[in-house]
Design a protein around this ligand. Sequence first.
Ligand code: NDP
Ligand code: GDR
Length: 348
Amino acid sequence: MKKALLTGITGQDGSYLTELLLSKGYEVHGVIRRASTFNTDRIDHLYKDPHESGARMLLHYGDLADASGLRLLLERVQPDEVYNLGAQSHVKVSYDQAEYTADVTGLGTLRLLEAIRDYQDRTGKQVRFYQASSSEMFGAAAPPQGLHTPFHPRSPYAVAKVYSYWQTVNHREAYDMYACNGILFNHESPRRGETFVTRKITRAVGRIKLGLQPKLYLGNLDAKRDWGHARDYVEAMWMMLQQDSPRDYCIATGEAYSVREFAQRAFDLVGLDADEYIEIDPRYFRPAEVDYLLGDAKETRDVLGWTPKTSFEQLVKEMVDHDVELATQERTLIDAGHQIALKGVGNT
Ligand code: NDP
Ligand code: GDR
């Protein structure tokens, strides 16, 4: 049985990748951060008590800021594949927590790569490594962006990802490691964090439809993104680690839409006019914006044989349907007299 070690298992991508790896017969080891409350909502449906037989998803405390803990995990798990999905992944937050983002999203990758290098040197066992690189690294570069586009990062987050990208390349070249960067363009799903714009929109659409929220406050509606479905994108991550030799890849749909277009489509699906509900709040503007990301994934598609399965229309519909259902449950609880917090999304 192959063993995979994932950082970021509690995130959007971690949950879909875990489902995929379990379906392929892997034993999946996930790194979780200690918190005063449980933070495993996205993977709870996959959890089995490790005391019972057949548990193949096993969780370990760890943190990308803790090198010695990562080294211990390598020894304990002895993985065949490591997927580094953990990060402070919010672009706007990275402006408020620039140093922390550099530490976790940047240096964290180096800590993990060095732990793997050391483990390989001592045991002679090869570990395959996936780095969650991002289209944010292209930043201000003109579209379409692909493997041959120079990086021009526009946030502390993107700068940290560029650092991780080159550390991954350098470990491949210097130490002959099987290490790949997957440069993934935005990918979304009903499991997307609620402070990212697509989910913020679909969550609001559900609540406005059910009379739980009057308005949706957003920032730059003109930003364009190449949005795919996370479930499709984690398949590409896995495929990258199954090839004869390591290299970097770009994963995208090749279609871009503006935030405004995403919102209009989402509101249309429930029969509402987006313009009546959206207000602009400058607090959601970023000090430097990434205006237009459109992926050129042709080379990757040819090499990997990967194509996205979910269209933009299907993605928006799946997210809206999910969040209308969530809002319906919230409405039911409120009508029954329960006090539930309709959590806001602060400055993000
Ligand atoms: P999420 O924000 O949903 O998940 C991030 C994960 O990282 C969570 O499990 C989080 O744990 C974990 N994490 C945060 N800080 C640390 C830390 N100090 N040590 C260990 N783990 C930590 O991100 P996504 O699932 O959307 O993205 C996965 C990866 O892919 C990220 O690296 C992201 O930057 C990158 N990426 C994402 C894209 C997208 O469109 N989704 C596109 C390109 C790249 P916790 O639950 O405890 O907070
Ligand atoms: P992004 O995603 O920055 O592309 O990073 P996000 O959904 O946060 O922003 C996309 C675009 O929408 C604009 N926007 C808003 N964004 C947020 N969050 N909230 C708002 O109210 C709002 N209004 C407009 C933004 O300005 C931006 O232009 C995501 C993350 O998952 C990264 O980790 C990943 O690397 C990249 O995608 C690819």
